[in-house]
Write a protein that binds this ligand. Sequence first.
Ligand SMILES: [Zn+2]
Length: 106
Amino acid sequence: MYESQIASSITSFAEYHRRKKRTKPYTEADIKHVPCFKCGKPSDQQWQICSLDNEYKGLCQRCDIELNEVVLLFMGIPKHEVNIIIEKYSPKIVEIHYRPPGREHG
Ligand SMILES: [Zn+2]
């Protein structure tokens, strides 16, 4: 069995999830054990990425917020509105961990 071969050849749960292709969403309990796809910290959210064969990738709170901001800006929402949306989305995390960059994109 392919999955069990992968699981036995690697040691940590984190490494297992880094290599394994995940096509179903993680449960709320499992996502905490998945390393953030961007920075490796414990994940809090997950994104399904169509261009990676619809794989689910875990993201920590900070990276999830940054990705949300990038998406909103890409959709053409003005920066000042994006800042308000992001602060409403996760005010505690924005306050503690994340300050929007001072310079505008582009
Ligand atoms: Zn992260």
